[in-house]
Ligand binder design. Sequence first.
Ligand code: GAR
Length: 212
Amino acid sequence: MTLELGVLVSGSGTNLGAILAAVAERRLDARVRLVVSNKADAKGLDRARAVGVPTAVVPHGAFPTRQAFDEELVRVLRAANVEWVVLAGFMRVVTPVLLDAFRDRVVNIHPALLPAFPGVDAQAQALAYGVKITGCTVHFVDAGVDTGPIILQEAVPVLDTDDRAALAARVLEREHELLVRALGLIAAGRVQIGAPDERGRRRVSIGGPPAA
Ligand code: GAR
């Protein structure tokens, strides 16, 4: 199935760039229908424009509540015929307004091995804690902050010489590959979310033949 994607960005958009490259090179069966940013100066918007992908700016400050902001996101995404939403460095907490409109179809990339280091600046959190391994996680988004069902994870070593920038760059490189791989599995229909267990947690299983 071809994924009809809406990609939400707040910053440089290198994960968006990885998606666009994979689509252009036919490594990923998807179309980026729209790129949305809450920031008018997000570099990610330029990446989209450069390859003729439509963009929208929805400035969060212009809305009285998170819900009102999300209602506008839903409106622009639906108008662009988006079916799956990717949060690719989108630095806003989304609400059930967006999650209910795209039920089990909102995916996030996070720069840590969840459930370690959720929230902002996961790379700095990892350095401050002193972990020797961190990584990245692609997961479905639920109403919590970085708590939804995990699709794929990859470990990345933390070096004693790392500062935040060095660690973030090493993690980011792996993010690009992991996000494209996760979207490919979704496009291939191989990603299933199980029923909630007694604690309400749903786990993802990857079906079909193992990825090459
Ligand atoms: C990435 O490291 C992404 O995982 C992180 O922001 C960066 C965006 O980079 N997202 C979060 O921290 C979300 N909590 P990019 O704009 O170059 O893709």
